[in-house]
Design a protein around this ligand. Structure first.
Ligand code: S3P
Length: 179
């Protein structure tokens, strides 16, 4: 039986390709919760893709949209949130998300992350990079101290979405027992 605190949000963080959106959607379905992906939310509100926002308005503007959205949805209760990989670079974003619920950091090796995202949606931070795997490693090194502050750390390497969703739900059940 699930004993996860219904008021607490479940927030997924991690690099691009770590599975935040697909795992988040699966967890939301299993727990009957609403799911919000911050990037998709920004795209709907802006009427542009993330790549277009970066291209036309720049990263600074994107980060300000991201900050606004995180502030807003951190007020919601009992939802599942998938953040963009860089959302937690801003300590204020991390604080808002942390206060709203559990934070789960998802990990995979840079090579696996790249395999998962190549040929999918454009990731502006990797565009025109000669060695995107190396770039992912660099981005990870810049952000790892923030990811490490999550309540739970989950390795997604060589695992299926359903298996990872199970793992997160059981961690949250255990976490809820001990408060
Ligand atoms: C970013 C990750 C992307 C998106 C934007 C910036 C980042 O989201 O928010 O391209 O800074 O790592 P995903 O993590 O969903 O790819």
């Amino acid at each position: 039986m699930e004993i996860i605190d219904e008021a607490k949000n479940i927030v997924l963080i991690g690099l691009m390709g770590s599975g935040k959106s697909s795992i988040g959607r699966t967890i939301a379905k299993r727990l009957g919760r609403r799911f919000i992906d911050t990037d998709r939310y920004i795209e709907r509100k802006a009427g542009k893709t993330i790549a277009e926002i970066f291209n036309l308005e720049g990263e600074v503007k994107f980060r300000s949209f991201e900050r606004e959205v995180i502030k807003k949805i951190s007020q919601y209760v009992g939802i599942v949130i998938a953040t963009g990989g860089g959302a937690i670079k801003d300590p204020e974003n991390f604080k808002c998300l942390k206060e709203s619920g559990w934070i789960i950091a998802l990990y995979a090796s840079p090579a696996t992350l790249y395999k998962r995202i190549s040929g999918k949606r454009i990731r502006p931070l990797l565009l025109e990079e000669e060695d995107p795997v190396k770039k992912l490693e660099e981005i990870f090194n810049e952000r790892k101290s923030m990811y490490a502050q999550a309540d739970f750390q989950v390795d997604t390497e060589n695992k299926e979405i359903d298996q990872i969703a199970d793992e997160v739900i059981s961690l949250l059940n255990v976490g809820s027992k001990i408060g």
